[in-house]
Design a protein around this ligand. Structure first.
Ligand code: HEM
Ligand SMILES: *[C@@H]1O[C@H](CO)[C@@H](O)[C@H](O)[C@H]1NC(C)=O
Ligand SMILES: *[C@@H]1O[C@H](CO)[C@@H](O)[C@H](O)[C@H]1NC(C)=O
Ligand SMILES: *[C@@H]1O[C@H](CO)[C@@H](O)[C@H](O)[C@H]1NC(C)=O
Length: 327
C-alpha cells in the first residue's frame, strides 16, 4: 500500500473506531426500532388524542421538555416525586421556577401503554422528548427527526433548578449565558423563546411590570389590558388569573411572538429584552418577518435542547414508573 493509501486507511479505521466507541454513548435515530418498534407510533397517537381532548396539553409538552432538559440533562428528573421522608430530595416541581407547569401527569398514561407493549424498554425521558416533538407539529411547527436512547435519572435536582432555569425577570446576559452553557447560541435562544407564542402567564409573573406604574417598555394600551387581566398588585398565587401570550393566535406556534416583541407587547421581561439588545434584535426582526425561517430555527433549537447531556449507557435507568426511581 502506498504511504498515502495507508494513511487513508488509518484515518478510516480510527474514524470507524471512534464511531463505534462513541455510538453506545450517543443518541441515535430509531433507537427503539428493534426493541419496541411501535413506541414512536404509540407516543404520537397519544399526543394526538390528548391534544384533541385538551388542546393545552400540546403546549405543556414543550414547556415541560424545556424544564426537564435545561436542568442538567434530558433525563425525566422533572417527573420524580421523591418524598423527603423517604430520604430523597423533593420534586423539581416544588421549585418556584416550575410555577404553572401543567399536564405532567399525561406522561404516566403514555408510559403505562409502553410498559404493556414492551416492558422496561422506553425511557420516560424519551417519551417527554418525542411527545414534545409530536406536539410541536400539532400546533403548527415542523416535523423533526429526533434521536432517542435517553435514560432516566436516578436523582431529582430540586436544589439546583434555579441555577439552570432563568427567572421571568432575569437579565438578557444571564439568559444568554445559561443557554450558552448547554451549547445553545443567541440565535437559537431567540428561536426557543418563540415557544412563548403559545400558552399563558399567571399574574404573579406579570405584576412587577404593571404596578405601581406600568413598565415604560410595555406598550401603554397593552399595559392597560394586562392590568384588567391582573387587577391586583398582589395576586394570590393560587388564583388562576393569567394573560395569554398571544391574543391573535394563542394556540398556534408562530412568529407572532416576535411581532409582539417588536410592538412592545411581550409579557415577560425576558421576552421584551430580546427587542432591546443589538445581539438579539436582528434575530427577532428576521423571525418576525419570516415564519418559515422561525419554524426552521425553532426546530433546530428544540433538537439541540433535547440532546442536552443525555444519560446513555453510562448512567441512569429505564424507570418503570416515571414518578419514581426503580427499587
Ligand atoms: C429565559 C428562559 C425562560 C423563562 C424565564 C421562562 C419563563 C416562563 C414563565 C414565567 C412562564 C409562565 C408560567 C405561568 O405563569 O404559568 C412560561 C410559560 C411557558 N414557557 Fe417559558 N420560559 C423560558 C423559556 C422557555 C423555553 C425555552 C420554552 C420552550 C422551548 C418555554 C416554553 C413555555 C411555554 C410553552 C409556556 C406556556 C405554558 C402554559 O401555558 O402552560 N419557555 N415561561
Ligand atoms: C429497523 O430495523 C429493521 C430490521 O432490523 C431494518 O431493516 C431497518 O432498516 C431499520 N430501520 C431504520 C430506520 O433503522
Ligand atoms: C424578579 O421577580 C421576583 C418576583 O417574581 C422578585 O422577587 C425579584 O425581586 C425580581 N428581581 C428583579 C431583579 O427585579
Ligand atoms: C424565509 O425563510 C426561508 C427559510 O430560511 C427561506 O427559504 C425563504 O427564502 C425566506 N423568505 C423570504 C421572503 O425571505
Amino acid at each position: 500500500m502506498s504511504p498515502v493509501g495507508s494513511k487513508f486507511a488509518f484515518l478510516l479505521l480510527s474514524e470507524l473506531l471512534l464511531f463505534n466507541l462513541g455510538k453506545s454513548h450517543q443518541l441515535i435515530v430509531n433507537y427503539y426500532n428493534e426493541t419496541c418498534p411501535r413506541a414512536e407510533h404509540i407516543i404520537k397517537q397519544q399526543v394526538f388524542s390528548l391534544y384533541k381532548k385538551h388542546g393545552n396539553s400540546a403546549i405543556s409538552w414543550i414547556r415541560n421538555l424545556f424544564h426537564d432538559c435545561m436542568v442538567k440533562s434530558c433525563d425525566a428528573s422533572l417527573l420524580l416525586e421523591i418524598k423527603e421522608e423517604e430520604g430523597g430530595t423533593v420534586s423539581e416541581m416544588k421549585s418556584s421556577r416550575s410555577f404553572g407547569i401543567r399536564n405532567l401527569k399525561y406522561v404516566n398514561q403514555i408510559k403505562q401503554l409502553l410498559e404493556n407493549e414492551c416492558p422496561d424498554t422506553v425511557s420516560c425521558a424519551d417519551i417527554m422528548a418525542l411527545a414534545a416533538r409530536d406536539a410541536i407539529v400539532l400546533i403548527g411547527g415542523l416535523e423533526m427527526e429526533m434521536k432517542t436512547g435517553r435514560r432516566d435519572s436516578r436523582e431529582s435536582y430540586e436544589g439546583v433548578v434555579e441555577e439552570f432555569i432563568p427567572n421571568h425577570n432575569d437579565s438578557l446576559s444571564l439568559v444568554l449565558s445559561r443557554f450558552q452553557d448547554i451549547g445553545i447560541d443567541a440565535q437559537a435562544t431567540v428561536a426557543l423563546l418563540g415557544a412563548h407564542s403559545v400558552g399563558r402567564v399567571h399574574c404573579v409573573n406579570l405584576v412587577n411590570r404593571l404596578y405601581p406604574t406600568v413598565d415604560p417598555t410595555l406598550d401603554p394600551d397593552h399595559g392597560e389590558y394586562l392590568k384588567r387581566r391582573c387587577p391586583s398588585p398582589n395576586p394570590d398565587p393560587k388564583a388562576v388569573l393569567y394573560a395569554r401570550n398571544d391574543l391573535e393566535t394563542p394556540m398556534v406556534l408562530d412568529n407572532n411572538y416576535y411581532k409582539n416583541v417588536l410592538g412592545q407587547k411581550a409579557l415577560l421581561l425576558v421576552d421584551q429584552q430580546l427587542g432591546f439588545s443589538p445581539i438579539t434584535l436582528p434575530y427577532v426582526q428576521q423571525m418576525a418577518s419570516n415564519n418559515t425561517y422561525f419554524l426552521a430555527q425553532f426546530a433546530m433549537a428544540v433538537l439541540l435542547l433535547s440532546e442536552n447531556a443525555p444519560l446513555t449507557d453510562g448512567g441512569g435507568e429505564i424507570r418503570k414508573d416515571c414518578r419514581r426511581v426503580n427499587k
